[in-house]
Design a protein around this ligand. Structure first.
Ligand SMILES: [Zn+2]
Length: 288
């Protein structure tokens, strides 16, 4: 693989879901009881990107597309790449092949009907495609997905983890004659653990100079954020375990200024733009 392909490759993605989707415990039938907060936080993101003329990939939760189609329309009208983040935000390794296929099909149809385009990019909730669920890649490929961003090449994560993936670089996954181009999540080694610094709780927790240093030292970085990461007035879910609570709410007040610095300091691109810069024929092949 030509290593220069990935030099300074910094991808920008957002998972478009509500503030209460940090919870993987509650039943989705209770979601209607929670207040709607998606509009304001999503607008903050779109405005920041518009100011810097940056295009990103937005992974839309099917449930959001169904309930708030105008949110999806607005993102699409702003020229961003629209992708799928499942329908009901369930972890893939808690599903079976049939329920995973149904969930993905429903979500893709909801989103495609809004934007009038085929969806070709997918990310599972909490990077939850693991070595135990290779069938997920096969199903995604059968549904027309070409790019996946659901793999965390590490074992030390709450919900995901794919330790045998090897070096964290875009790779081609082959399962039963199906191919998927994988953009794995990147990590940094810290105190014996592999941690994600370019999104989520650790992006909010660590000081920006450290985040920036890690990003500069890493040739391939996928940044991922949610509207709730920039909504410091969101209610707190009391049912979350303590560790999850900390990771969900730490650093909310300083996270938006951090995002603005991130947008300013790096040349960021969508998954689709990144794919065009990669010589896929030379990329690592992983057979499952
Ligand atoms: Zn999510």
């Amino acid at each position: 693989m030509e290593i220069t392909i990935f030099f300074k490759m910094k991808i920008l993605t957002f998972d478009i879901e509500e503030w209460f989707h940090c919870d993987f415990i509650s039943d989705s039938s209770t979601w209607k009881n929670y207040e709607t907060r998606i509009y304001e936080a999503n607008d903050k993101i779109l405005q920041a990107l518009e100011n810097k003329k940056i295009k990103a990939t937005f992974f839309i939760l099917g449930w959001i597309a169904e309930k708030y189609p105008e949110v999806v329309k607005k993102i699409h009208a702003s020229g961003h790449e629209i992708a799928c983040h499942s329908y009901i935000h369930e972890l893939v390794h808690r599903m079976n092949p049939d329920s995973f296929r149904r969930d993905t099909e429903v979500a893709m149809k909801l989103i495609e009907d809004i934007i009038g385009e085929k969806i070709i990019t997918y990310r599972a909730p909490a990077f939850s495609i693991t070595e135990k669920t290779p069938w997920a890649f096969e199903i995604l490929s059968e549904l027309g997905i070409e790019y996946d961003c659901s793999v965390l090449p590490s074992s030390s994560h709450d919900y995901g983890g794919f330790p045998s993936f090897g070096e964290c670089l875009p790779s081609v996954i082959k399962v039963n004659g199906c191919y998927i181009k994988e953009f794995p999540m990147n990590t940094v080694h810290l105190l014996g653990k592999e941690i994600i610094f370019s999104g989520g709780g650790f992006f909010r927790l660590f000081p920006y100079f450290l985040i920036r240093k890690w990003a500069e030292e890493t040739k391939y970085v996928v940044s991922y954020f949610h509207p709730r990461d920039f909504d410091y007035e969101q209610p707190m879910l009391s049912q979350l375990p303590l560790k999850r609570k900390f990771k969900s709410y730490v650093g909310l007040k300083s996270s938006y200024p951090k995002l603005l610095k991130w947008l300013n300091d790096f040349e960021l691109m969508s998954v689709g733009e990144a794919s065009q810069k990669i010589n896929w024929a030379e990329a690592k092949k992983i057979s499952l």
